[in-house]
Design a protein around this ligand. Structure first.
Ligand code: FDA
Length: 479
């Protein structure tokens, strides 16, 4: 199936649209696999680097920016999806977005879904390569936990599936962050059961409405809720009813069940939040996908909004992530509010994503993504802004770096863990081709903990010349 290109650009962070951003020699948009083989062949012949782009959401622009001469291989025309509802699987080409995948699943079934991210324009190429989570993570884990086969092309143009690539490489491509092992052409995923009706709510609480106490309490309960219940918190500065600034916490919920049951559960497990039946809306799972997408800034429209490849809320941004293993004290939270007030209103946001459930039951070695049991929740910090120019960039980036330093005592240590899909070059970079395994371990163990060594060993076998690389790709292993 072939689709027309509808968007003008796949760049999803305005930070990489300035005239000084390095540009590719060419952007190749293949419509068949042989053109990818030709691109790999030519790039090798001419000593060019290849940057593979699926949805273009990489936080640091690694799918379309490089400091050395490079070509972009943009897969947006290779995005066919075939859903087999009987066997509960789907093959999806890596130019597709997660919104397209959700849409095609919903066309076939009202009781099948897939546990991937919230923003529909995110590409399955990068997203599944780095893990990929959304509101179903407590029930079904990450997208990468639900991949059952794949097609990957190596630097000689050979295409291999799970059987012919072998289990080591198949393990390595599910969560290591894209790029390092070749070009993934397609994934085969296992679809998951969802009830015909689910329930959502979003309730807002400001400091005047006890937000500090509620966020504090949430840390003790959210990871212990039944697997069917996911409540994340998005926190930003806001104006209170009397016009003074305040902090507003939005509690966003997806429950795989009905509203009566949800209200009962909330009374039992988290009565302090005061959720009532009026706060709850029942809908199909695919409508809940739209509901969460609208919260993330997508238009609240009919289902085909999910086919829109361009994120409508594109801004300049810098983000970072952390894992929390012990609840943060009230004083610690108050320090966070103070840092949020230091940034421009509406520029700073943090999101707390609850773990537990299925995440606790998957071994940290099952795939390269290792942050499982022992983590209460993940934090993503976002600084977003609308004005261009270096001065603005520096101001906002300095703010988020100061905030990140403040958080050190409250988050995971040795390593201070990070999520590879929230790519952050501040934690360390490879210097074009000459970074040793030991040097790369500085950032590698933050993303992958003990799995980093195995990733480097697989890299040594499948790409010893390090043809597929970027600032945070896996280097070959050296003892
Ligand atoms: P992109 O095309 O930029 O690729 C990312 C990386 O993977 C690059 O290094 C690229 O070269 C490589 N790559 C891409 N396709 C490849 C292929 N076929 N073979 C080999 N390598 C390939 N995450 C999450 O888990 N849950 C969420 O809800 C969200 N939400 C979200 C919203 C917004 C607005 C943004 C900007 C980002 C997110 N993310 C997220 C993070 C997202 O999962 C992460 O940025 C993904 O890597 C993006 O995948 P894309 O294919 O869109 O990016």
């Amino acid at each position: 199936m072939m689709h027309k290109t509808r968007n003008k650009t796949s760049i999803q962070n305005l930070r990489f649209t300035s005239p000084s951003t390095p540009k590719p020699l060419v952007i190749v948009t293949p419509v068949e696999e042989s053109q990818i083989q030709a691109t790999v062949y030519c790039a090798k012949q001419h000593g060019l680097q290849i940057r593979v782009r699926s949805g273009g959401h990489d936080f640091e622009g690694l799918s379309y920016v490089s400091e050395v001469p490079f070509v972009i291989l943009d897969l947006l025309n290779l995005r066919s999806i075939s859903v087999d509802s009987e066997n509960k699987t789907a093959w999806v080409q890596t130019g597709a977005t997660i919104g397209e995948l959700y849409y095609r699943i919903a066309q076939k079934s009202k009781t099948l879904g897939f546990p991937a991210g919230i923003c529909p324009s995110v590409g399955v190429g990068g997203h599944f390569s780095g893990g990929g989570y959304g509101p179903l993570l407590r029930k079904y884990g990450f997208a990468a936990d639900n991949i059952v086969d794949a097609l990957i092309m190596d630097d000689s143009g050979n295409i291999r599936d799970r059987t012919s690539m072998g289990e080591d490489l198949f393990w390595a491509i599910r969560g290591s962050g894209g790029t390092s092992f070749g070009i993934v052409l397609a994934w085969k995923v296992k679809l998951v059961n969802v009830p015909p009706s689910v329930t959502v709510f979003t309730v807002y609480r400001t400091l005047e409405q006890n937000a500090t106490k509620l966020v504090h309490q949430w840390q003790f309960v959210a990871h212990k809720f039944p697997d069917e219940l996911f409540i994340e918190i998005a926190i930003m500065a806001n104006s209170s009813a009397n016009g003074n600034r305040t902090i507003r916490a939005s509690f966003n919920c997806l429950f795989l069940g009905g509203s009566d049951e949800l209200v009962e559960l909330m009374h039992e497990k988290f009565p302090e939040l005061g959720v009532t039946k009026q706060d709850c809306t029942e809908m199909s799972w695919i409508e809940s996908v739209l509901y969460f997408a609208a919260y993330a800034g997508f238009p609240n429209g009919p289902l085909d909004v999910l086919l829109n490849r361009t994120y409508t809320g594109i801004i300049y941004f810098k983000a970072k992530s952390d894992y929390v293993q012990k609840p943060i004290s009230v004083t610690g939270l108050e320090g966070i509010w103070k840092r949020i007030y230091e940034e421009d209103p509406l520029s700073a946001q943090i999101i707390l994503i609850p773990y537990g459930g299925k995440m606790d039951r998957i071994s940290e070695k099952a795939i390269p993504f290792p942050h499982r049991a022992g983590n209460l929740y993940k934090i993503v910090y976002i600084a977003g802004w609308l004005e261009g120019g270096t001065a603005a960039s520096e101001r906002h980036i300095n703010w988020i770096r100061r905030f990140y330093s403040y958080m050190a005592p409250y988050v995971s240590k040795s390593p201070r863990a990070a999520y590879v899909n929230y790519r952050d070059l501040d934690i360390g970079v490879n210097h074009q081709g000459n970074t040793s395994y030991a040097q790369a371990s500085i950032w590698g163990v933050k993303y992958f903990k003990g799995n980093f060594k195995r990733l480097a060993q697989v890299k040594s076998k499948v790409d010893p010349s390090n043809f597929f690389r970027n600032e945070q790709s896996i280097p070959p292993f050296t003892s």
